[in-house]
Design a protein around this ligand. Structure first.
Ligand code: XCC
Length: 655
């Protein structure tokens, strides 16, 4: 990234070279004016370690770190690189790779566990703040966990008591993390041929926690030293994420807080309001934000805000908490991952409330320069800086905790400096899609009418389906690759399902509106979007909601006409600006569920070409999906389109 020229001191990021988003450009300029450093500046001043980047630095014991750089010009002849213990580049890269899967799967799954615990509190009626809201979803999920929804009494089939079902669903769900025998119950939701592949290759997860623990064991010094066997365990753990922890998180959240249906909102920093108390919620778990939304919308709190001179309370979200609050309540999205510091730099953020994952520690340093109260809420995610306030959120006192947080923000409104600058950029968005609503909007089924997804894929109006998901990364121009790739896909009639910060990015750039179809789509996709009134990019929620994409793909398979397995579909996955370990876990569960998946930028496999080849080529023979990577966003989109076309040809629908 280019820098702003100055005489001495750390380099400053050039706003125009750092991002394609105008609001972000304005806030980077303001950060320089105020002397507040952001991630965009740090990315210029911190060099990346090239060996770590390639995945070939082993620091799993104190004889190392052992670094195995790839010779210039690549390997000729035998690859003799090895660490002190003899670990090869393939072993080291595979160990590092699956440790990333363990980190990602742990993050998603621990989130799921927290939700399951709150679910149990609700099912036991121990909490005022949480109830079982969506009984229809409860009844839909129960059979997948082996919970009966009816009971036989005297030869008559009767509906079971909802409270009883909820309790049993909660117990069965929680059991998935640590049960002693069997396999994950949700694996059977996959198409049968996929389930059989998992069985054949011995990768069916036994329980969620065990697969993550086993990665840590196998990658300890001197245990598993066969890259194929290592990645096999990576596969087990990522499936425990996608078809386990994440899917349970999504389902239980829907039951507790409501299944999302399409709604209208806005996105970007311009959603903040100068004359309102601005509360920004950032992180991942909706357990906290759900209650904050309820409290902040109460008349009592609105009146309290008015008594302090504000015109109301404006909530805004960042990262996946934004997606959770958006999809169920229409709370506007303030920004994506790289905009978190910028929300404070507006000077209008009265409180930033954070829970878990994707939270910069530097938020504390930025908050110190403004009046913003930075509040951590989760026992496992605290910050060492003194200006950070910790209000530990407890589901049994959720209303009290949320009220304390909202009041603190309101009380802080009068401490604002006069120097406030909220960039006047925001876009309208339609969000809140899921398997249920995609089906509903496209004719109430996936097959059989003019509007349905399968029929329109078969007749070619829709060329295929792309899942474009994942983070921003300060090593890539902010938002550029997401937007370039998505625009290229929809121009070529590929419908896009999006989650996480990618969906936020699409929203910020106006792609989540039905009107975007006429401007950006090829004629076939435009016709469908205009006829049924959907955007060409469907926002499916947060990163745990990638499980919705797995289930949407499964429904498309089961509806018929497009093969028997996810791997048969004209579909591809993408993470254009990925950065987190969660992205690697998601990428690998997409691949091992049969999806060709392209990552932008780099992958920590470049330094071990044999291991990389295994991921990029051999995986396809086993699961039908495989990894790929490219730095060029247009090439990225066309790799996906080429795969979609290959699948259309195999299905005989390429005419
Ligand atoms: Fe984090 Fe989920 Fe990545 Fe965004 S997309 S930067 S992981 S918030 Ni999950």
């Amino acid at each position: 990234m280019a820098e702003v020229k100055k005489d001495k001191g750390p380099k400053l990021a050039d706003p125009i070279e750092s991002t394609i988003d105008l609001a972000t450009q304005e806030m980077i300029t303001r950060s320089h004016k105020l002397g507040v450093e952001t991630v965009f500046d740090r990315a210029l001043n911190m060099k990346q370690c090239n060996i770590g980047l390639q995945g070939i630095c082993c620091k799993n014991c104190a004889m190392g770190p052992c670094r195995l750089p790839l010779p210039k010009g690549g390997i000729e002849g035998e690859d003799t690189r090895k660490g002190l213990c003899g670990a090869t580049a393939n072993t080291i890269a595979a160990r590092n790779f699956i440790r990333m899967i363990a980190g990602g799967a742990a993050a998603h799954s621990d989130h799921g566990r927290s939700v399951a615990e709150v679910f149990m509190a609700a099912a036991r009626k121990e909490s005022d703040a949480y109830t079982i809201k969506d009984t229809e979803k409860l009844l839909a999920v129960a059979p997948h966990l082996g919970v009966a929804v009816t009971v036989e009494v005297d030869g008559e089939t009767l509906d079971r008591d909802i409270d009883e079902i909820a309790l049993e669903v909660g117990e069965k769900a929680l059991n998935e993390w640590g049960k002693a025998d069997g396999e994950l119950l949700y694996l059977k939701r996959a198409p049968q041929p996929l389930y059989e592949k998992w069985e054949k290759y011995g990768v069916k997860p036994r329980n969620i926690d065990r697969e993550i623990v086993e990665i840590m064991h196998r990658t300890h010094m001197g245990v598993d030293q066969d890259y194929k066997n290592l990645i096999k365990q990576g596969t087990r753990a990522c499936l425990a994420d996608g078809w386990g922890g994440s899917m349970l998180a999504t389902d239980l959240q829907d039951i507790l807080f409501g299944t999302p249906y399409p709604l209208q909102s806005e996105a970007n920093l311009g959603v903040m309001k100068k004359d309102h108390v601005n509360i920004i919620i950032h992180g991942h778990e909706p357990v906290l934000s759900e209650v904050i939304v309820a409290v902040a919308q109460s008349q009592e709190m609105i009146d309290y805000a008015k008594s302090k001179g504000a015109n109301g309370i404006q909530l805004g979200g960042i990262c996946c908490t934004a997606n959770e609050m958006l999809q169920r309540h229409g709370v506007p999205t303030a920004g994506n991952y790289l905009q978190q510091e910028l929300a404070i730099i507006t000077g209008a953020c009265d409180a930033m409330v954070v829970d878990i994952q994707c939270i910069f520690q530097n938020l504390a340093n930025v908050a110190k320069c403004f009046h913003t109260k930075l509040i951590t809420t989760h026992p496992i995610a605290r910050m060492e800086q003194e200006n950070v306030i910790h209000i530990e959120f407890n589901e049994h006192y959720a209303l009290e905790d949320a009220t304390r947080i909202v009041k603190m923000a309101i009380d802080n409104f009068e401490n604002r400096d006069a120097d406030v600058m909220i960039p006047q950029h925001k876009s309208a968005q339609i969000a809140g899609f899921g398997v249920e609503s995609i089906k509903y909007h496209l004719g109430g089924t996936f097959r059989g009418t003019y509007y349905t997804l399968n029929d329109n894929i078969i007749n070619g109006r829709i060329r295929g389906i792309a899942g474009v998901v994942g983070c921003n990364n300060a090593r890539t121009k902010h938002n550029e690759h997401h937007i370039t790739i998505i625009k290229e896909l929809i121009k070529n009639d590929v419908i896009v399902l999006s989650t996480g910060c990618s969906a936020i990015t699409a929203a910020m750039h106006g792609l989540l509106t039905p009107e975007a179809a006429a401007v950006y789509c090829g004629p076939g996709l435009a016709e469908i979007c205009e006829t049924v009134g959907i955007p060409p990019v469907l926002h499916l929620g947060s990163c745990v909601d990638n499980s919705r994409i797995l289930l949407a793909a499964t429904e498309v398979v089961k509806a018929g006409g497009l093969g028997n397995d996810i791997a048969d579909l004209p579909a591809a996955g993408s993470a254009p600006e990925w950065m987190s370990e969660k992205a690697i876990s998601i990428g690998h569960y997409f691949v091992t569920s049969g999806v060709y998946t392209v990552f932008g930028g780099t992958l920590p496999t470049f330094g071990a070409p044999v291991f990389q080849d295994y991921l990029f080529k051999e995986m396809e023979k086993m699961y039908g999906g495989m990894w790929d990577v490219t730095e060029d966003p247009i090439e990225h989109a066309h790799k996906m389109i080429a795969h979609i076309d290959k699948k259309r040809k195999e299905l005989g629908i390429d005419k």
